[in-house]
Design a protein around this ligand. Structure first.
Ligand code: SAM
Length: 287
């Protein structure tokens, strides 16, 4: 098989098939040969494992996944890439390409249909215009998967993996930690792609939890509280929550007291346990 991380091979494939890179679809293809084998291995592609890939490009990561895993199902939105993938992945009989927008695919049904009896992982070099929506979509559906290993923009990686109580933390980091244990695996420089993007990247892995790290009475209220708390970063938790839940400050202040959270604290200072305690107090206030 040709070396799919070689610039000339990619250019030749694109020219022969009359395809140009689409910036709108986040098409920056990997040309650093060391990245995909490492991602596939650290992402858990191995015997007995089924892999969902999002965005095949010319198939450089797909091939590494197919070499190691039992089966790979790749969801690629760009129809123009299908003839290229037919050519580059011809030697593998354990790869299936689905031409669709990952945000519109019924993933629970896909997993049931395609990966019977296998452990399932997600491994992908994500299109950066839609990183967080894809990750949250995978997590919120509580898919029966073991992990999500993805390449994302460096800043997004730092935000997604930020611990509660640290400077980079945001609503998305708290949500990610609720569903998974996130880890930064390794950095990837902008020069590892063609065309080269304006940003550096990182590969992260989210190991899916079997149970959340905190228990809350109402998950919806928990996520609303987290979102509300981070809605105005400079403001106190009291101001943020009274605005987002339309609650009088005196009642909210008492509820925060019962949750053991100082009304003057800011969202980035709070632990997951404190968010859970606030959420349960807000639930109680509705009763
Ligand atoms: N895996 C290849 C690589 O590493 O070189 C390509 C990665 S490229 C950053 C992202 C890929 O995702 C592109 O092939 C693009 O067409 C595809 N893509 C973009 N939006 C998508 C969506 N909503 N659903 C599925 N695939 C998408």
């Amino acid at each position: 098989m040709e070396n799919l991380s070689n610039i000339n091979v990619i250019k030749d494939l694109m020219t022969r098939h009359g395809v140009e890179f689409s910036k709108a679809l986040g098409q920056n293809f990997l040309i650093n040969p060391s990245v995909c084998p490492k991602m596939a291995e650290m992402g858990g592609a191995e015997k007995g494992v089924g892999v969902i890939e999002i965005g095949a490009g010319v198939g450089v990561l797909t091939a590494e996944l197919a070499r190691r895993a039992q089966k790979v199902v790749c969801i690629e939105i760009d129809q123009r890439l299908l003839p290229i993938l037919e050519e580059t992945l011809a030697e593998f009989d354990n790869v299936e390409i689905i031409n669709a927008d990952v945000m519109k695919v019924d993933l629970p049904a896909l997993i049931k249909e395609k990966f019977l009896g296998m452990d399932v992982v997600v491994c992908a070099n994500l299109p950066y215009y839609i990183t967080s929506p894809i990750i949250m979509n995978l997590l919120e559906q509580r898919l029966p998967i073991k992990s999500i290993t993805v390449m994302v923009q460096k800043e997004a990686a730092q935000r997604l993996c930020a611990r509660a109580g640290t400077r980079d933390v945001g609503a998305v980091s708290i949500a990610v930690q609720y569903y998974s244990e996130p880890k930064i695996l390794f950095p990837v420089s902008r020069g590892s792609f063609m065309p080269s993007p304006d940003v550096d990247s990182m590969v992260i892995r989210l190991d899916i939890r079997t149970a959340p790290p905190v228990s809350v009475q109402e998950e919806d209220t928990f996520f609303c509280a987290v979102k509300g708390a981070f809605s105005m970063r400079r403001k106190t938790i009291l101001n943020c929550l009274s605005a987002s839940f339309s609650l009088p400050k005196d009642r909210l202040s008492e509820a925060l007291g019962r949750a053991g959270v100082p009304a003057c604290s800011r969202a980035e200072q709070l632990s997951l346990e404190q968010f859970a305690a606030i959420s349960d107090q807000l639930t109680r206030m509705k009763e």
